[in-house]
Design a protein around this ligand. Structure first.
Ligand SMILES: Cc1cc2nc3c(=O)[nH]c(=O)nc-3n(C[C@H](O)[C@H](O)[C@H](O)COP(=O)(O)OP(=O)(O)OC[C@H]3O[C@@H](n4cnc5c(N)ncnc54)[C@H](O)[C@@H]3O)c2cc1C
Length: 412
């Protein structure tokens, strides 16, 4: 059988199928395996998530229900067991994020390479697949960009998404899936920084801890997330924005531009912050007002809020006017910004959209259109939150596709 793409999904599919007795050829267009895996988690690889409480599939924005069988086949503990058996140890960090104790994504890639080797998978790098060969509604091989052909009783398409194309995942698989008759659902960036209408260059690089982000959808205020935020030259980034980006971008559907509000005060509302600020100003009448605002937020942001609210820089606490104080409280509890777009696909951590889930059997990852074709990993219309959910989806769907494809090959 043939596997296209040596990322998380393709390597796991190959190893699983080979362990089940299939003769597997893994084709990778790069000259090295797992290039994207190496940069995951800032080079530390957040492999999966074992946070307590809540259903694991609630970590997915799209496709969670579809993944149930795949995650049952290879759950987080099963994935960790795969690596532990081969000598990798793990640690759990905040929110259940799991990393190798060595903080080296390279250990994950090296382990997969050894497993490919041990199971006898025929790994061919520098092999860019151009298309899948299909005859009589059955996938029976692939053709490379250089014209070379490979025959196989089953084909697993695991060529990844479109984001960070420099790693090799440049969307080659979508036309292959389309040629096979599959529908591709709207491709768009996911887990990505956002551009704002406001020029934030004066705060570029500033990181603020514990920010609550909400947005207004229709007339309702929706809480998008909580965590640290980084101002960028063009807008906002950081964990809370990356995690909230899917919800905020989806809100574009109701019109261009999404108004968000940043709460820098642990969720206290404008009135509560106003009371607190009033008391603090009264308690230190001779202190610079900006220093008091600076007790809520970092200095650069405090300066901006002090200037914007009309308090003014160099003003003592006892000189602050009532309206300016009220405005400062509003900015601290509901700092307004308008999101106009996301950063481009190349900067996104995942691709949203992909091969329609309606055309894939979730129990096997088999195409419902072409016999002998299986799909796994980011190419399918599944995307999850940060925290290890995307790699778990890639490994679990890869595992299930590999196991199912091996059965088909054995039966032919
Ligand atoms: C910067 C960054 C950090 C991330 N960190 C995390 C994290 O810590 N935890 C997490 O869960 N997720 C993380 N993700 C997401 C995660 O990396 C992906 O969801 C996951 O790697 C997808 O796996 P995949 O096997 O489907 O695709 P990929 O890993 O993209 O692998 C696809 C492979 O197919 C090859 N290929 C493509 N076209 C062809 C072709 N025509 N012929 C042959 N080969 C081809 C590619 O070269 C590539 O090697 C991160 C993503 C990025 C960009």
């Amino acid at each position: 059988m043939i596997v296209i793409g040596a990322g998380a999904a393709g390597m796991m599919a190959s190893i699983t199928a080979a362990e089940a007795g299939a003769n597997v050829t893994l084709l990778e267009k790069n000259d090295a395996l797992g290039r994207k895996l190496l940069i995951t988690g800032n080079g530390r690889c957040n492999l999966t998530n074992i946070r307590e409480g809540g259903d694991f599939i609630s970590g997915y924005f799209q496709g969670g229900q579809f993944l149930r069988d795949a995650i049952k086949a290879l759950p987080p503990e099963g994935l960790l067991g795969f690596f532990r058996k081969r000598g990798v140890e793990f640690k759990v960090e905040e929110d259940g994020k799991v990393f190798p104790v060595t903080d080296r994504a390279a250990d994950i890639v090296d382990t997969l390479k050894s497993a490919l080797n041990e199971t006898g998978v025929n790994v061919l790098c520098g092999s860019r697949v151009r298309d899948i060969k299909i005859s009589d509604g059955m996938a029976n091989g692939v053709i490379l960009a250089n014209g070379k052909e490979f025959q196989g009783g089953a084909v697993v398409l695991a060529s990844g998404g479109l984001s960070y194309g420099s790693t090799g995942s440049s969307g080659d698989g979508y036309p292959m899936a389309e040629n096979a008759g599959h529908r591709i659902i709207g491709l768009r960036p996911g887990l990505v920084a956002l551009n704002t209408e406001e020029d934030m260059s004066c705060l570029e690089g500033l990181s603020v801890e514990d920010v609550i982000v909400s947005f207004v959808s229709g007339r309702k205020k929706v809480r998008a997330g909580r965590g640290s935020l980084i101002f960028t030259r063009k807008g906002v980034s950081g964990p809370v924005i990356i995690s909230s980006s899917a919800k905020i971008i989806d809100a574009f559907e109701s019109g261009p531009g999404v108004r968000i509000e940043l709460n820098f005060c642990g969720g206290s509302n404008v009135e509560e912050v106003s009371r607190e600020l009033t008391a603090m100003l009264a308690a230190s009448p001779n202190k610079d007002a900006v220093r008091i605002v600076g007790e809520f937020v970092p200095r650069r942001l405090a300066e901006l809020i002090t200037a914007r609210s009309g308090i003014g820089i160099g003003i003592k606490a006892n000189m602050v006017k009532k309206e300016a104080r009220a405005e400062a409280a509003r900015e601290l509890a509901a700092f307004p910004m308008t999101i106009v777009s996301s950063r481009p696909m190349e900067e996104a951590m995942v691709t949203r959209g992909g091969v329609s889930l309606k055309e894939i059997d979730p129990r096997t990852m088999a195409s419902r259109i072409v016999k002998g074709l299986f799909l796994a990993g980011e190419i399918i219309d599944v995307d999850g939150d940060t925290g290890g959910f995307n790699l778990q989806a890639a490994f679990s769907t890869g595992f299930l596709a590999g196991r199912s494809a091996a059965l088909i090959v054995a039966g032919r």
